[in-house]
Design a binder for this molecule. Structure first.
Ligand code: 5GP
Length: 359
């Protein structure tokens, strides 16, 4: 595991609230338990359970949101999540989150996102580069030097705003509008996520089209459940990336492969939620063998008790891929990040420097 931790990696599919530390979640639950707002005895079991189906995951997310959706907590978990990713040598993180409204505590989608930005600004364990207008030298990251490094770590961060499938067209458009307003704060794109059996593609399409027209980049949770019509419509939309792709049929695979849309692969998430029966059946192998663009990701490192280093280690051991090839796979992700060419150039330098140490 140490080797995977020491290498630079790129994380492109991480949900903020799904990446929360277990310890933080339990602490927040206990506070509300003491106030009598929550039944903590019943909840500890839910939080500590380490395998849950996709519907159970969405129940857990509803609970997490009860615990985390206030400005101070959003700021805290953003800070912690960034520090956790940076600690395992993630040099570029695309963090996604669903802007939330809660009038009773004066929270608007904008104030929720401002709390996220405050979280980025309060990270002190590592240097964070998230403002796109910063010059290359201000943004430049000290090459990763492995286990005995003495220099401070730095991490590039870009944000994706998620549209929850429970939302209306108007709410989805509001999120896209917010993303446009926050471009100078590192927001680069839009994600469509949330319970895949809820909501219709047609509801989100106007907002996703608008996002595309305005130059935002789009990634879609696609094919987490069998839904032929929706999968076809999503592929026809030609997003810049898709996540999961578990239930594609032959014709969809052909379309995906010819379109070369990069796939965000979340191995542990797929196994834990039982969307894929076993790693032996995972579509990673086929896509990897035919050199289809793909990137390993965590999805919800907290909820699924994983890390990106662990995902690399699992892929290497399950699919018999050598360290060198895995290093190249991690580097390939540079081409699929939603940040601009300046960042990509810096990331190439980071990987070049790490590669020289491997030779
Ligand atoms: P948040 O957006 O609140 O920061 O992160 C949690 C949210 O991300 C969940 O409520 C859900 O909408 C979305 N999410 C997290 N993991 C998954 C997943 O595996 N599949 C889908 N479709 N959505 C997810």
């Amino acid at each position: 595991m140490e080797w995977w931790v020491s290498q630079p990696k790129i994380e492109l599919h991480a949900h903020l609230n799904g990446s929360i530390r277990d310890s933080t979640l339990l602490e927040l639950a206990r506070v509300l338990g003491e106030k009598g707002v929550l039944d903590i005895a019943g909840l500890e079991h839910v939080i500590k359970k380490n395998c849950r189906s996709l519907p159970e995951c969405f129940k857990l997310f509803d609970l997490i949101h009860v615990l985390t959706t206030d400005h101070a907590t959003v700021t805290r978990i953003t800070k912690e999540v960034v520090e956790d990713f940076a600690a395992e040598n993630i040099v570029y993180l695309e963090l996604r989150t669903t802007p939330k409204k809660n009038e009773s505590i004066g929270m608007s989608k904008r104030s929720y996102m401002d709390a996220v930005i405050r979280g980025l600004r309060t990270v002190d364990a590592v240097d964070v580069a998230f403002i796109p207008s910063q010059t290359s030298s201000e943004n430049s990251i000290t090459p990763v030097t492995g286990a005995c490094e003495t220099t401070r770590k730095k991490i590039y961060i870009r944000l994706l705003l998620s549209i929850d499938r429970r939302e209306t067209t108007a709410a989805a458009l509001e999120t896209v509008q917010l993303a446009l307003e926050m471009r100078d704060l590192g927001v680069v794109g839009i994600d469509l996520s949330g319970n895949p059996i809820v909501g219709k593609w047609e509801t989100f399409l106007p907002a996703l089209k608008f996002a595309k027209e305005q130059g935002l980049l789009v990634t879609l949770h696609c094919g987490e459940v069998p839904n032929r019509k929706e999968i076809q419509a999503m592929l026809d939309f030609v997003p810049q990336r898709i996540g999961h792709a578990c239930f594609l049929e032959e014709e969809d695979w052909e379309k995906l492969k010819s379109s070369k849309i990069p796939v965000e692969i979340c191995l542990t998430s797929n196994i834990m939620t039982q969307t894929i029966a076993s790693l032996d059946d995972h579509h990673f192998v086929d896509l990897y063998n035919m050199k289809h663009p793909l990137v390993l990701c965590t999805d919800d490192a907290g909820v699924f008790s994983t890390s990106l280093s662990q995902e690399y280690s699992i892929a290497a051991s399950s699919f018999g891929i050598g360290k060198w090839e895995m290093f190249q796979l991690a580097r390939d992700a540079i081409e699929f990040v939603f940040a601009d060419d300046t960042v990509k150039k810096d990331l190439r330098e980071i990987f070049d420097s790490a590669e020289r140490k491997l030779r």
